[in-house]
Design a protein around this ligand. Structure first.
Ligand SMILES: O=C(O)C(=O)CO
Length: 426
């Protein structure tokens, strides 16, 4: 999960307006289910010669709004929302529709849910060049924005707004589990207690669930030996690469108040002194300086614009011997071969990776290190890009993307723009 690192502290900055925060959100109303939408909100079939629409048209890609129905009522009153079907969102179909100006001079693109709306693939020059000049804002779910060329959008005068603010808490919570895992070897503890029962044949048991002596040995070995490899996070240096909302929330959760870690960070933009003071965070002017002191490094910065990794064989050389590494940002930021080498060499003692370079593929060498074989069992925790995935995040994504579009088309400032620096100067 990546985010722009220029967003403000406090991390608890609320998603604007009426975002429900309840853990039991209202159920979706039937008329907005995916099946019903194309009939209840008919597609606008305009062509370039049509008279201008009375209300700005918003191109809604992905699933219908599920939670924030009051805001959506306001939104769909202000705008004519057109929602292409799933097959119309596939790249070829979308290109054809844009060429034919199927949706006329629409003003905004709206992707409120991270799980759908990405069917067309990356918003690169091929798609962006086909957008009508009328488009002013592209508001999307997701903290990360590597799926869109935000520079090109900006140069075309289109503000791209992400929703990192809405995902920050979920990602930070998940990071806490991953950071603790690197100190306490959770994959080893969990694997030794469960794998023999899940795959008895591989652990000397039989198919009836009799796991045999080998499984008992595994349990006892983990019980006895994990102690010597485990440490309390307290007093250790937590090095954060990226200090936006997510980085700051991780610092707040793991810093002096709760886990007592010493917070250090590196970011391209140094944060205000009052933010550093409140979080007890020490700024490092270079990545190598941060890596040299970190007992656990967490990557929480957006993907590089050129798609190149930040963590490479070369940067890894700056690491403190035996350090730990966590990635909750983007898999493309890490050269996984180089990380596997560093783990094998013991330079990195333990890692936790929620994101992977070639999702949904998980790197086989890292998978082996998540297993129980060898002298350092379960020293890699691997998850399925889950960090941001909570109902509250989904609710926030919906609300924030609608609010961004309402702001920009209403003549106000965007709430969470990420590419203003690329916009042509007025
Ligand atoms: O918000 C993001 O960028 C994600 O990775 C979705 O969980």
């Amino acid at each position: 999960m990546a985010e722009p690192t220029n967003t403000p502290y406090p991390p608890s900055t609320p998603v604007p307006a009426s975002t429900p925060r309840s853990s039991s959100p209202a159920p979706p109303i039937p008329s907005l289910t995916p099946e019903a939408t194309t009939t209840t909100i008919p597609l606008r079939r305009t062509c370039a010669t049509d008279a201008p629409p009375a209300r700005p048209v918003v191109l809604h890609i992905g699933d219908p709004i599920k939670y924030n129905l009051d805001t959506y009522a306001e939104f769909s009153k202000a705008f004519e929302v057109v929602r292409p079907t799933r097959s119309e969102r596939e790249r070829g179909a979308l290109i054809r529709a844009l060429k034919e100006r199927q949706w006329g001079d629409f003003s905004a693109i709206f992707r409120p849910f991270w799980g759908t709306g990405g069917e067309m693939g990356r918003w690169d020059a091929e798609l962006i060049d086909l957008l009508p000049d009328s488009v002013r804002v592209f508001a999307s779910a997701g903290a990360g924005f590597d799926w869109a060329d935000t520079k090109l959008l900006g140069e075309k005068g289109i503000i791209y707004c992400n929703s990192g603010l809405a995902a920050a808490e979920a990602v930070a919570d998940f990071s806490v589990a991953m950071i603790i895992s690197t100190f306490r070897h959770l994959p080893w503890c969990i694997g030794a207690a469960t794998f023999p029962y899940l795959a008895p044949g591989s652990f000397g048991g039989n198919a009836d669930g009799d796991t045999g002596a080998a499984a008992r040995t595994l349990f006892q070995a983990c019980h006895a030996q994990a102690t010597a490899a485990s440490h309390n996070p307290r007093g250790h240096v937590l090095g954060l690469i990226g200090f936006g909302n997510i980085g700051q929330q991780i610092a707040a959760k793991l810093g002096h108040a709760a886990f007592g870690m010493k917070i250090a960070y590196y970011d391209v933009i140094r944060k205000p002194l009052e933010v550093e003071a409140e979080l007890g965070a020490t700024f490092h002017e270079s990545l190598s300086s941060l890596l040299a002191v970190s007992d656990c490094t967490v990557l929480c910065t957006p993907a590089s614009t050129d798609g190149k990794p930040l963590i490479t064989a070369e940067t890894l050389r700056a690491l403190k011997q035996g350090t730990r590494f966590v990635n909750i940002a983007r898999g493309s930021l890490v050269d996984e071969e180089a990380l596997a080498d560093a783990l094998e060499a013991g330079l990195v003692s333990s890692a936790a990776l929620d994101v992977h370079a070639e999702e949904p593929r998980v790197h086989p060498r890292l998978v082996r290190m998540a297993g129980l074989d060898g002298p350092n069992p379960g020293r890699v925790m691997l998850t399925c890009h889950n960090a941001g995935g909570t109902v509250e995040t989904h609710i926030g994504f919906e609300e924030l993307s609608m609010r961004n579009i309402m702001a920009v088309l209403g003549g106000k400032d965007a709430i969470t723009p990420v590419n203003l620096h690329f916009l042509p100067k007025a």
